[in-house]
Ligand binder design. Sequence first.
Ligand code: FUB
Ligand code: ZN
Length: 690
Amino acid sequence: MMASMLSRRSFIASSAAAALLSQMSRALAHPAADAETATRPNQDGRNAGVIDVSKSPYAKLKTVPVSAVVIQEGFWSQRRKANLESSIPSMQAELVAHGRMDNFLRLEGKSTAPQIGPVFADSDIYKWTEAVGWALQSGNQPALKETTAAMIREVVATQEPSGYLNTYYVGDRKPLRMQYDTQTTGHELYCIGHLLQGAIAYYRSTGDETLLDAGIRFVDDFLLPNYGPGPNQMGIVAGHPEIEMALIELYRTTGNQRYVDLAGYILHGDPRIPLHPQQTVYMFCGVPFTSRTHLEGHAVRCMYACCGATDYYLETGDPAYLQTLNTLWDDLAAHQMYVTGGVGARETGEAFGDPYELPNARAYGESCAAIGNMMWNWRMLAATGDARFTDVVERALYNGINSGMSLDGKTYCYRNPLAFDPNGNSQDRHAPEGRIRNPWYDTTCCPPNLERTFASLPGYFYSTSDDGVYVHLYDNSDLSWRLHDGNGLKIRQETRYPWNGDVKLTIAPATPGEFTVFVRIPGWSTQQSVKVNGASVAGAQPGSYLPIRRRWSAGDAIELSFDMPTQALRANPAVSEDRGRVAFQRGPCVFCMEQLDQPDADTSINLNDYTASLGAPTSARYDPDLLDGVMVLDHAGVIVRPTVDRGLYFPLSESEHTQETDTRLKLIPYYAWANRAPSAMQVWIPYRQA
Ligand code: FUB
Ligand code: ZN
């Protein structure tokens, strides 16, 4: 396994095998060649999870297939219904309406429409395909499957005999293909990365290898022979990281070790490609990943690079990678993550800011970046089994990701700010008319990213290890899978999570046996009780997994109870915008105020005039008729308004002349904001002692 820790020399040596492998994969496309030796997907890989770490030597936890968990009526079922019935079909129509399929059809002579969309337009189709792939694991959808299969046929029809497949670098742009400038900014490998991820998800659900075969041909025929460290190869750089994790997933799906090696080479950075230092920061590529000391640059690029690097660690065990990943994670948790789990503070460069630079109204918090954060933490969890990563998965999922899709599934946030003024965001290039949610963006990366995340959600509930099973997320659901010794295992979850912290797990191994159920005690929980068949189990600690080892038989029950008081959170004082403010969190959900909910909303009172009275109790009430059913918080507050116009500036020694009026603050979960009329919103609320 250490052989896979890549040195330039070993890669060059292995490039001698490149020609051979290329011939093998050509056999796939041209059956006259040796079809038996071509790269093929593993059949057992079809039963894999969101990532297939079943054979990854450095994965402490193994994923379970999306199909192994059925999410029943509860919190996530609504979101997933909207995703399947509204978001996925409406996005398919948007993709077609905005020419994303025409880009392929034109190359087949089936459309006369000109090329449309950014350089990464092809990836929109692939990410949507990935969403379908995961969605099909939760139920047969014949019409959706047929639509997708037809789209896949059009995509693969445009693949060139060389294996190249991209609808942007054709015609006059053909000479630009894979030039170093193009590799840096042109997203060819980003598109292929998404093609591979979409192809793998679709293959895992349907067994259909059509798109996967095209992806393998691109890699085997076009990429591996021509790009890499060999003397007759060109340099390679991922100007938008994505291909790294896709190559490793392709390795997991086929067993071809050369994909891991190429991912490692890209993560290391190719010294033959001259990048400005600013480019290596912005693109988070081009220098050894293991030389990184902090998160920086374009947030989605950075998160995807961290995903690829964690995947590389999971396969190779290279300790330098784990060390770097831990360093970067500490930076995330200490300096860079919003309370919503969003990342990437700056609109300029869609980038990470300086440590503690976490503005609220100007927050960028791209949906894709929060998804990248969740994907990275999911991989770190697989590597370590450490619940601090699950806490981030949950924080991002319930808040900064869940906010990205409207409740009806038809509109999306590109940015996910933590304060909003509907009259003040008109310079936002992604919401030119001030609308924070839109059905379509010309850069439409976020909508299908959200769709693939919600479609794959069942795959995030559980993992297995040699000791037993890990329970990560809570919602009404049924697991039907198996332990590593082959014993079948069913677990039923019954709960009102995230509104209530009581969860009942009914455990049913096919055959009674001894194993461990690792139950997650969320980091936000301050008091918790765990019982097995009515008897208390000691040792539960917030932010950890409580291992319960015993002989389990069908019908054994674990009762979890996490207290769910509303917590008023303060930010580190170095976060200047949050100084003197609090955010409310209850369970995994962060809350916010929308102006239209406030009792005085019909007056001219500005949302900024409201302050929360600290020390006063917060009451929580479930409102089934509001926003598809949400917990609503009620908290004492004061409206502070000037009574005399003192001019813009006046001496400190003089009174402010303000009037204070008692009021009630009404808060809704952050994920549900901007689902009614445009309204001001804030997460961080000014406070004063009651
Ligand atoms: O560059 C492709 C995607 O477009 C990025 O991931 C997003 O941040 C947006 O810029
Ligand atoms: Zn995006």
